[in-house]
Design a protein around this ligand. Structure first.
Ligand code: ZN
Length: 248
């Protein structure tokens, strides 16, 4: 039997049993076990892990653990190098709508099962958003984030801070119903589909060419602007550490 000593930093502690948070954890193991495997056996999904230090040196998460190793694991850095595209699991319908409202590409279907979702995020290089740690631990999932909150607006804040999205927000860019990019449309073309008050007070409209939904900047738009302004003033380093609700 071998023993390695793990220490988890920052928000990785959210995944640990309370008695293990913020302290060194001795892990006993047999045979050739990767650091990734042992970290996941403690409940920490690999997409959440960034820098790996073993005995004071940078190493890969796939490195085989040696008896006596002292291992420090840090959370994945905030931000994302390219235009982020998401896939959300079937419990996250309201978060999907919020993210689409801000212009983000979000794949979401009620009937995806776990192998489907892992395969799609792998093939399409999407970021998996879920509260299901087992799903994030699937081998072919590279980028992902485990939502800590159960509340859709708090989840939106988490995603915006984790992937540093405030500079990429583009309202009225994507259909809330089907994720297709919207196009501006002349008022005359949609006139027969508008309620009398909408017809009277609004002149700027967007149309989803895929499903035909019409959008205009009504009261929901004003509320959204308020939300966007508040999120823009938030900094990533204000992100809460310590889950209020355990992830499953
Ligand atoms: Zn649509």
């Amino acid at each position: 039997m071998s023993t390695a000593h793990f220490r988890f930093h920052g928000r990785l502690n959210d995944f640990l049993n309370p008695e293990r948070r913020g302290r060194q954890v001795a892990v006993r193991f047999r045979g050739a076990q990767s650091i990734k495997h042992l970290a996941e056996s403690l409940g920490v999904p690999h997409p959440e892990i960034g820098q790996v230090r073993v005995n004071g040196r940078d190493e890969a998460l796939e490195k085989i653990t040696q008896d006596g190793d002292s291992i420090e694991l840090h959370p994945a850095a905030n931000g994302y190098s390219s235009e982020p595209r998401f896939l959300l699991d079937c419990h996250l319908g309201r978060l999907t709508a919020h993210l689409r409202m801000l212009g983000f590409d979000c794949l979401y279907e009620n009937d995806f099962d776990d192998p489907d979702m892992a395969e799609i995020v792998h093939r399409e290089e999407r970021i998996l958003l879920t509260r299901d740690r087992r799903l994030l631990m699937r081998r072919i999932v590279r980028d992902g984030y485990c939502l800590r909150s159960l509340e859709p607006l708090e989840q939106l804040e988490e995603v915006i801070l984790r992937f540093e999205l405030t500079g990429r927000i583009r309202p009225f860019h994507r259909c809330l119903r089907c994720n297709h990019p919207l196009e501006p449309v002349e008022k005359e073309r949609v006139l027969d589909r508008l309620e009398p008050l909408t017809r009277k007070y609004f002149d700027e409209f967007h149309l989803c060419p895929a499903c035909g939904q019409v959008y205009w900047k009504g009261s929901h738009y004003e509320r959204m602007l308020g939300l966007v302004e508040r999120l823009k003033t938030m900094r990533a380093d204000t992100q809460r550490v310590g889950a209020t609700q355990p992830c499953s």
